[in-house]
Design a protein around this ligand. Structure first.
Ligand SMILES: [Zn+2]
Ligand SMILES: [Zn+2]
Length: 373
């Protein structure tokens, strides 16, 4: 067992976590075991003058981690944030793109064993379409995680960290009851109904008011829901597979199905292509919608929490390269700097708990800009 000492300088950081949205980064903040440079007397690490990023530095699962906040979502922001990151922190060996994404419900993707994907599940990229994972170290690391032993540990420890997060911030990261996991038939769209006078919907063009309204408000027909239930145990699942990184939010079930089938995909997101050009990269994202028109922000926070918990487990398994005599790692001794690692224990995240929707849909939550690109 090792504890991590503060690195001498920025070269001592070898893992970066990149989040596009504020609440994605906040979920990650709860996964830090300790932070560096929080107190005025702490060592300051600085950054290069041309680097406009904002960082939080600290330790997650024995790794010195740079949490990078992006100004907004999308590939170009991700690309510029990552290239600045590489200037200030030249030894980053792994970039984790963490947050929320749209999942492909019945992916039929052989890569994840044709498993059904549900809201709140976590997807991990073993390939980012159009960019195959070419980094050998990342590829073999994923092979280790996907084996039966690695996979069981990933699930068990993700639940453990998620349960901790929910205990600490109960109202933010609780999973909604399963009846709010709604998948509509792909031919059934989220639109104003006949009784409304919305011109855009009648002309089948994009209607912002329809887009921003919930299924309850638009009275989407619950009889057009696809009846599905998880065959395996309750709780969240983790899926490995090909994830598409695009320039736009996917919000059409017909396009989703077609593209997912053609490219053998399990999810859609918008940042990793920009990161992958600069750094070896893995996407770890919680599925907060089905990449269709019936988007609802209800699952965003908890999915970001699930992805953050899973990221912590990935970093428990990721092995850093030894750094020669820079005080990067020292044998375990009692220390005031870090909290002792928590022992694995059986804990269940709180899922399917009755939770008042009104409370979850607070203003800030509704203003998250995921659907507005
Ligand atoms: Zn309309
Ligand atoms: Zn709807």
């Amino acid at each position: 067992m090792y504890r991590v000492a503060p690195p001498k300088d920025r070269r001592g950081f070898d893992v970066a976590i990149i989040c596009a949205l504020v609440f994605e980064a906040h979920a990650i903040e709860y996964m830090f075991d300790s932070f560096w440079h929080e107190q005025p007397e702490d060592r300051q690490y600085g950054k290069l003058p041309e680097d406009e990023n904002t960082y939080r530095l600290g330790v997650i699962s024995n790794h010195n981690v740079v949490l990078t906040y992006m100004p907004s979502m999308g590939k170009s922001f991700a690309a510029s944030a990552t290239s600045s990151l590489g200037l200030s922190f030249p030894n980053i060996k792994l970039a984790l793109v963490v947050g929320i994404c749209g999942g492909v419900p019945s992916s039929g993707s052989s890569s994840n064993g044709n498993k059904e994907i549900f809201l709140g599940d976590i997807v991990i990229s073993d390939e980012i379409v159009t960019v195959p994972v070419s980094n050998r170290e990342v590829r073999t690391f994923l092979h280790k995680l996907k084996g039966p032993r690695g996979y069981n540990r990933l699930i068990e420890r993700s639940h453990h960290h998620l349960a901790d997060l929910q205990k600490e911030r109960r109202d933010e990261y609780l999973y909604p009851p399963r009846q709010y996991d709604r998948l509509f038939e792909s031919s059934y769209h989220h639109t104003h109904r006949r009784s409304s006078n919305c011109k855009a919907c009648k002309e089948k063009s994009f209607s912002k008011t329809a887009h921003d309204a919930t299924c309850e408000v638009l009275k989407c027909n619950w009889r057009r829901l696809v009846n599905r239930s998880r065959s395996t145990t309750e709780g969240i699942d983790v899926h490995f597979g090909r994830i598409a990184s695009g320039d736009k939010v996917m919000k059409s079930s017909i396009d989703r199905n077609q593209i997912a089938k053609d490219a053998d995909l399990i999810a859609f997101e918008m940042e990793s292509a920009g990161v992958h050009d600069n750094l070896p990269c893995i996407v770890v994202k919680g599925v907060c919608d089905y990449a269709d028109s019936h988007k609802d922000k209800l699952w965003q926070r908890c999915s970001a929490g699930g992805a953050a918990a899973c990221t912590k487990v990935l970093l428990e398994q990721w092995v850093s390269v030894d750094q020669a005599n820079d005080g990067h790692r020292q044998p375990e001794t009692p220390s005031l700097l870090t909290t002792p690692p928590k022992q694995p224990q059986a804990s269940t995240p709180i899922i399917n708990t009755a939770v008042t929707l009104q409370h979850r849909r607070n203003e800030e939550f509704l203003k998250a800009d995921y659907c507005k690109a």
